[in-house]
Ligand binder design. Structure first.
Ligand SMILES: NC(=O)c1ccc[n+]([C@@H]2O[C@H](COP(=O)([O-])OP(=O)(O)OC[C@H]3O[C@@H](n4cnc5c(N)ncnc54)[C@H](OP(=O)(O)O)[C@@H]3O)[C@@H](O)[C@H]2O)c1
Length: 242
């Protein structure tokens, strides 16, 4: 994993689930990780586990543009460069449309789409200047298929895929790599965002893969030589049809 060691990797949504495990696995391979989320206590625990200065915690709400800019600037101030930004923070309050949970729709769009865009806006000037970098956006199998109860979440994850594809094409002149990763059901706290009891009971017993499947996918992409750009990864439990 020689192309992971020493890299500076900024990860949003690292206080639980996929982001936390990715930060841990990257750090094990010698990367320096800057972990962001709203729950600073959880981030501080992770930094304690990984050690300083190898890991740094930054409190960030990705719906606040200036806080995302602060996350990127803090990483630059401490490590002098950024090699990878993982736009991972996300929210999945699945619900049937007829229940009109408009506040949850708003939050889904703010976190899953605008949060990614704020990350992109903060990192592009850095990568243009460096003439290198890698953006990893976390979409979902829900960004490839729409299930009942998942319309707004799917809309947000289709948007992430579209943003990734646009970035992939446009950032070529700056030697920037772009990966869109689409996990299927994976162990994390994501289901806790669901307030629609009809959906909760439907999902109670679904099979999920361990979060290390996600971190392995990211490590594979980051570890490639600089002239290799892995653009799409999709994975799901073997038992999942969609
Ligand atoms: N697990 C799956 O099956 C699955 C499948 C497909 C895609 N995904 C995607 O994977 C990503 C990670 O989710 P997960 O499964 O690991 O769920 P999770 O355990 O619930 O983690 C979500 C993370 O996002 C952070 N977050 C949420 N809102 C935020 C905000 N406004 N600002 C900053 N951070 C915020 C949370 O931290 P704080 O609450 O501390 O801010 C937490 O660290 C998401 O984009 C999700 O859509 C997951």
């Amino acid at each position: 994993m020689s192309n992971v060691k020493g890299k500076v990797i900024v990860i949003t949504g690292a206080s639980s689930g996929l982001g936390l495990v990715a930060a841990r696995e990257f750090a094990k391979l010698g990367a320096k990780v800057v972990v962001g989320a709203r729950r600073l206590d959880r981030l501080n625990e992770l930094v304690k586990e990984l050690g300083q200065p190898e890991a740094t915690a930054v409190k960030v709400d990705v719906t606040k543009r200036e806080q995302v800019e602060n996350l990127v600037q803090t990483a630059l101030d401490i490590y002098g460069r950024i090699d990878v930004l993982v736009n991972n923070a996300g929210y999945m309050p699945l619900s049937y449309m007829e229940k009109c949970k408009v506040d949850e729709w708003d939050a889904t769009i703010d976190i899953n789409i605008k949060g990614v865009l704020y990350g992109v806006a903060a990192i592009i000037p850095v990568f243009k200047k460096q003439k290198s970098g890698q953006i990893i956006n976390v979409s979902s199998v829900a960004g490839h298929n729409v299930l009942m109860g998942g319309a707004v979440y799917s809309a947000s994850k289709y948007a992430v895929r579209a943003i990734s594809e646009g970035l992939r094409q446009e950032l070529k002149p700056y030697n920037v790599r772009v990966l869109n990763v689409s996990p299927g059901a994976t162990e994390s706290d994501l289901l806790q965002g669901i307030t629609d009891e009809d959906i909760n009971s439907r999902l109670a017993n679904i099979q999920r893969v361990p979060a290390t499947v996600f971190s392995d996918a990211l490590i594979f992409a980051v570890n490639q030589p600089e002239n290799v750009d892995i653009n799409e990864i999709i994975f799901r439990p073997t038992s999942s049809v969609i």
